[in-house]
Design a protein around this ligand. Structure first.
Ligand code: AP5
Ligand code: MG
Length: 219
């Protein structure tokens, strides 16, 4: 099964994608995480992407489609993919349709996670992530069970993102509303769109997503 988690910064895409990996054996494909890995590795793509990401703008469609296409050729995506933060423009959405069709696959569902802009700013300001496995936490809403230790992998080093400050988050929200929100009608027209309340508690959001996926599995 291939699905897209569509939603603004802080909607909970990464949080839910990690849960879906565990529950359904799917692979999370986060273009944001891939770009941050490229920056950390000092690759040419990473060097070009860093300034754009720090401003909250979108990296070019060509670069993004290139890294996704390469990722889809790896054998570990055979059971399906949770696309997290991709596609973000109509051109990326069309490219994804072609990439999947070219691999004898298709998109099964698109889940729009709706959330309120002000709440998103608060979520992002409190976010920190495990350096080892990438699991997201929040100072207030989702602390680690044991202080300083990742629940998922036992890692003890955590990072805060360079673009997680209020100014950049507001810019990212504007970019989402302008460039990515049109995908809602693109996927509604294709009959693939379901909407969940991203403002609910993390467990309740997971339950709403499970309901959608059960419906898809039954056809
Ligand atoms: P990306 O990394 O994709 O960032 P984003 O879309 O801005 O989304 P976030 O990762 O900030 O939010 P999330 O929805 O994953 O929330 P999370 O689960 O962590 O992209 C970064 C940049 O890379 C872009 O700005 C762009 O420059 C570039 N880029 C990436 N992909 C691209 C593409 N396809 N094309 C072009 N450029 C691209 O949750 C947030 C916090 O809230 C956490 O602390 C979490 O614990 C907490 N939380 C989660 N759910 C809940 C809940 N239900 N209740 C309370 N708290 C919650
Ligand atoms: Mg994320």
């Amino acid at each position: 099964m291939n699905l897209i988690l569509l939603g603004p910064p802080g909607a909970g895409k990464g949080t839910q994608a990690k849960i879906l990996e565990e529950q359904y054996g799917l692979k999370q494909l986060s273009t944001g995480d891939m770009l941050r890995a490229a920056i950390a590795a000092g690759t040419e793509t990473g060097l070009k992407a860093k300034a754009i990401m720090d401003k909250g703008d979108l990296v070019s469609d060509d670069v993004i489609v290139g890294i996704v296409s390469e990722r889809l050729d790896k054998p570990d995506v055979a059971k399906g993919v949770v696309f997290d933060g991709f596609p973000r423009t109509p051109a990326q959405a069309e490219a994804l349709d072609k990439m999947l069709a070219g691999r004898g696959s298709k998109l099964d569902a698109v889940i729009e996670m709706r959330a309120d802009d002000e709440a998103l700013v608060g979520r992002i300001a409190g976010r920190f992530t495990c350096k080892t496995c990438g699991k997201s936490y929040h100072d207030k809403f989702q602390p680690t069970k044991k202080p300083g230790v990742c629940d998922n992998c036992g890692g003890t080093e955590f990072v805060r993102r360079a673009d997680d400050n209020e100014k950049t988050v507001r810019d990212r929200l504007q970019v989402y509303n302008r460039q990515t929100a049109p995908l809602v009608s693109y996927y509604a027209k294709a009959g693939k769109l379901s909407v969940v309340d991203g403002m609910a508690e993390i467990g309740a959001v997971t339950a709403s997503i499970a309901k959608v996926l059960n419906g898809v599995a039954k056809g």
